[in-house]
Write a protein that binds this ligand. Structure first.
Ligand code: SF4
Length: 278
């Protein structure tokens, strides 16, 4: 904010200085159009500098570090507790739920899993199940064919390579069928409280809109930019802040900016409202 104040002060000084000069020399100044019309001679450089600083101030007013701090402060105050909305009792159940949640809502997954875990309460029972049986229990979620195969494969790999115990390492987790980097990060963060940032569609979109990431083209790029600026101990929490904010406030098609507490330091909001008041 200090940067904003200084930049804006320079901008105002430069433009007003030019304005005063014009008024004295050419009579009462009537508005910006007239200012531009009169923008000739020695004074031109000063006016140009004012506009340049205005653009500079808008674009670079808030440093990345300041923006991150504002967002962390906001969520720490208003959402000190943020957790996954998937219902689970143990790491094995969370892996199943996260695999099911790909391209599907947590709400739908929470409808499916109670019956699912009645039929397959352990890694062993799931490993022994047929793909057809698994499919029957998960067919109301998206991509049930693939997910049924992944769930069976995940349980079999857990038994064969990890003694049926969910590993904590990102690389080990990614050896399980159906577990990509995002799912591995969710398990590492939620179950083992590791500083792993899972980037789903909400985290990707919200981070870009607020301005926490710049020109990110992939989830991995977003992950790297986020973990660089968020203190390690807050990363698991920040993951849920961004997901929940994307799910309920900063929605994909129509962000609810009027209900959002981040407007003051949101890059998207600033860009959408820069013409207001002109
Ligand atoms: S101000 Fe709008 S765009 Fe920015 S984070 Fe909030 S809802 Fe999203």
């Amino acid at each position: 904010m200090q940067t904003i104040a200084i930049s804006n002060a320079i901008c105002v000084w430069l433009c007003c200085g030019a304005n005063r000069f014009e008024n004295k020399k050419l009579g009462k100044f009537k508005g910006p159009a007239q200012l531009i019309e009169r923008n000739q001679g020695k004074n031109r450089n000063r006016i140009d500098c004012g506009f340049f600083f205005f653009i500079f101030a808008e674009k670079y007013a808030m440093t990345k570090k300041e923006r991150f701090q504002k967002v962390i402060d906001y969520f720490s105050k208003h959402q000190p507790v943020a957790e996954t909305e998937l219902v689970y009792r143990e790491p094995f159940e969370l892996i199943v739920a996260v695999i099911l949640s790909a391209q599907c809502t947590d709400k739908r997954v929470n409808i499916i899993t109670p019956e699912f875990f009645k039929s397959f309460p352990t890694v062993e029972t799931l490993a022994a199940a047929s793909v057809e049986h698994i499919f029957e229990l998960i067919k109301s979620c998206s991509y049930p064919n693939n997910k049924a195969k992944h769930l069976q494969g995940m349980a079999r790999t857990l038994l064969a390579e990890f003694n049926g115990v969910v590993p904590s390492g990102i690389d080990d987790l990614q050896k399980l069928p159906g577990v990509g980097r995002k799912t591995a990060n969710v398990i590492a963060a939620v179950v083992f409280n590791k500083p792993a940032m899972a980037v789903d569609t909400h985290v990707f979109r919200v981070s870009a809109r607020i301005g926490l990431t710049t020109n990110s083209r992939t989830p991995l790029d977003t992950e790297k930019q986020l973990v660089k600026h968020i203190p390690e101990k807050l990363i698991p929490l920040a993951h849920h802040w961004l997901i929940l904010h994307g799910r309920y406030v900063c929605q994909a098609r129509k962000p609810k900016c009027k209900e959002c507490g981040l407007t003051e330091f949101c890059r998207y909001f600033a860009s959408m409202n820069k013409d207001v008041g002109k």
